[in-house]
Design a protein around this ligand. Structure first.
Ligand SMILES: [Zn+2]
Length: 349
């Protein structure tokens, strides 16, 4: 068992500030470096007063109006998915689609990988983030895992799967109706490949699993630790890749094929709790990705990992939260410190 070290660097910016009567202003900038991936996340306490400029509150009236305007054309609402969504061939899913209570899995019409499914999350066209029940998320994860097993059986070369979500248009979603996306491919995606390579290198050098060491270190330190929920461990990311990043790992599951009821229910409960807290922090959108080691899964150095983040809030003419700093320089800005976020979220866990 290794102890994870958390590296941070300091810089100071100096300038005459007209907001302070032209006095010399000194602003301390903290640069956090992710222990495994080495990406950087930047915190400037002066920005905390600017949160409402960087992330203006959701315009609830506008959001409800967008929901009403898009509902009549929605191909998922009112059972329209039965006629309007594609279905899988016999060789992959003899049923065509997977249905569990009010979640439905079907193929993406415009796939980005050999296996690219969409999971409709319930019948409601629009849900605020405090209305994503754990039971519905568990059903969605359950059909996602069933799909992954079936794809792998039909196409054993497809070993790289991720479970993902975009919620609302500032988060990249073209369909407002809540849904997940599962991608399955013979190749690892860019971030997934780097995660796997760095995890393998850590295992070879340290003789232990980075993700188990990270969870143990976070649990001991408590600063970012949220808790354990049925087969999952939860904490906030030391160097987040997006706003309010929350992470979960599955200590007993290296790949999606290892997931049982504990992983499904623990992951669903933690997601519902996190989304509810995001709602109370006045955020309205999210992205997540859940990663697995390649199937069927030797990989002692990896455990399934969830990254869940907020995106820009819904408002007319909203400003993207992803610009050169994130997209081309590969850095992220910290709005709420991960330690503060954990102190708020911990009450829910
Ligand atoms: Zn709909």
């Amino acid at each position: 068992m290794g102890e994870i070290g958390f590296e941070r660097r300091q810089q100071t910016a100096r300038f005459h500030n007209p907001l302070k009567g032209g006095e010399v202003d000194e602003q301390e900038i903290e640069v956090r470096v992710d222990p495994l991936m080495r990406h950087q996340s930047i915190f400037n306490a002066a920005l905390s007063d600017k949160t409402s400029i960087l992330f203006p509150p959701t315009d609830k009236e506008y959001l409800e109006q967008r929901a009403e305007e898009t509902k009549p054309q929605c191909f998922l609402c009112d059972g329209k998915w039965r006629q309007m969504t594609p279905h899988y061939p016999q060789t992959i899913l003899p049923e065509g689609r997977l249905v569990k209570n009010d979640v439905v899995l079907f193929p993406n019409l415009f796939p980005l990988a050999a296996h690219h499914a969409v999971v409709m999350l319930g019948d409601e066209h629009f849900r605020p983030l405090n209305e994503f029940p754990a039971s519905m998320i568990a059903d969605a994860l359950s059909v996602s895992l069933q799909f992954i097993q079936r794809c792998y059986r039909a196409d054993p070369g497809a070993v790289h799967f991720t479970i993902n979500a975009n919620y609302l248009f500032p988060a990249g979603s073209s369909v407002l109706h809540p849904h997940l996306q599962i991608l399955g491919s013979p190749f690892a995606g860019t971030h997934e490949r780097t995660l796997l390579e760095n995890s393998r290198r850590y295992f070879e050098e340290q003789g232990s699993c980075y993700w188990l060491d990270l969870a143990a270190t976070e649990k001991r330190m408590q600063d970012r630790w949220l808790g354990e929920l049925q087969g999952t461990c939860w904490f906030t990311a030391y160097a987040p890749l997006g706003v309010n990043e929350v992470n979960a790992i599955t200590p007993d599951a290296r790949t999606f094929l290892d997931w049982g009821d504990a992983e499904i229910n623990g992951m669903a409960q933690g997601m519902a709790k996190t989304l509810d807290t995001y709602f109370h922090l006045d955020f309205s959108t999210f992205n997540f990705s859940c990663y697995s080691a390649p199937l069927p899964g030797e990989n002692p150095g990896f455990r399934c990992l969830l990254r869940l983040i907020n995106r820009q809030n819904v408002a007319p003419h909203y400003r993207a939260d992803d610009y050169y700093f994130q997209k081309l320089l590969g850095n992220e800005i910290i709005i709420h410190t991960p330690e503060h976020l954990a102190s708020v979220l911990r009450k829910q866990f």
